[in-house]
Design a protein around this ligand. Structure first.
Ligand code: C2E
Ligand code: MG
Ligand code: MG
Ligand code: MG
Length: 279
């Protein structure tokens, strides 16, 4: 392993690579070591039913407890983990630890886990989901897997077969970050999703942009007609929640209720009643 010389540079890489490539290479080595050293942790963010205010699920969100750099968010390591294939090990870790944690929660509280498109191309995905459920004892019907449209862009028959197989096991499938990317409505026809997660960008502009309001109205209406649950991401204030409630959005998730927190805080997040604005 290369050693830091104390000023944040690594002598080993001083020649032959540009700074970006060096930084990448270092991060990759760091990621591998972090897996060995057990520096990853699943955090959890509550998802509430809008009508009742009840916590219906937690989404597992990966964090890296870096010994020097502190807590690192997924945006800073997931892309590289995907490029290098390390996401397979990371994904396995999240699935196993989150299922184990969720098995200790009340039965009516579900678990949502994000899946990378890379995990989807892996032929072992089904086996690792089965193994995580078996090892934890978590009922498959309490597990939701979140995928983005990019998974469907791969649009192979294998992808659809995998999704159908998961669903046949009782696992639910959510379409994450809806409204970003290409968001073709035909995706909703090519696979029977259980849930649509409306991207945070639409929620954050609810009060200021008419078109965001119109899009949220359209998506919640679509969800209602198709019998698909809609979840708004990134709800930060009561005004947003009230608008979502009025549009009949099923669930809400965001800093208004809680930021993602460690597993040891789940009990507190469950017991802290968060009364909804005017019902
Ligand atoms: P995502 O799945 O769309 O997760 C929601 C993100 O929005 C989380 O960011 C969450 O902390 C953030 N968020 C929630 N409520 C609010 C809010 O009210 N305001 C703001 N500003 N942000 C809010 P996070 O944890 O940084 O994760 C970012 C993305 O990284 C996730 O987006 C997901 O795509 C990916 N990710 C996280 N964990 C995993 C994982 O275990 N596996 C994979 N493949 N991807 C993951
Ligand atoms: Mg997600
Ligand atoms: Mg999302
Ligand atoms: Mg998002």
């Amino acid at each position: 392993r290369a050693k830091a010389d104390g000023r944040g540079t690594y002598r080993f890489f001083e020649t032959g690579m540009d700074a970006r490539a060096q930084a990448r290479r270092l991060l990759e080595m760091d990621l591998r070591a972090a897996l060995q050293r057990d520096e990853f942790e699943a955090y959890y963010q509550p998802i509430r039913d809008v009508a009742s205010g009840r916590v219906v699920a937690f989404e597992a969100l990966l964090r890296w407890n870096h010994p020097q750099r502190g807590l690192i968010a997924p945006i800073d390591f997931i892309p590289l983990a995907e490029e290098t294939g390390l996401i397979l090990q990371l994904g396995e870790f999240v699935l196993r630890s989150a299922c184990t944690d969720a098995a200790t929660w009340p039965d009516d509280v579900d678990l949502a886990v994000n899946l990378s498109p890379v995990q989807f191309k892996n032929p072992n995905l089904i086996a690792s989901v089965i193994a995580a459920l078996a090892a934890s004892g978590l009922d498959a019907r309490r597990l939701e897997l979140e995928i983005t449209e990019s998974v469907l862009l791969q649009n192979s028959e294998a992808t659809l077969a995998t999704l159908h197989e998961l669903r046949a096991m009782g696992v639910r499938i959510s379409l994450d970050d809806f409204g970003t990317g290409y968001s073709s409505l035909s995706y909703l026809r090519s696979f029977p999703f259980d849930k649509i997660k409306i991207d945070r960008s639409f929620v954050s502009e609810l009060a200021t942009r008419e078109d965001s309001m119109a899009i949220i109205r359209a998506v919640t209406g679509l969800g209602r007609s198709l019998g698909i649950v809609t979840t708004a991401e990134g709800v930060e204030n009561d005004a947003q929640l009230e608008l979502l409630r009025r549009e009949g959005c099923t669930q809400a998730q965001g800093y208004l209720f809680s930021k993602p927190r460690p597993a040891s805080d789940v009990a507190v997040m469950l017991n802290r009643p968060r009364l909804l604005a005017s019902a």
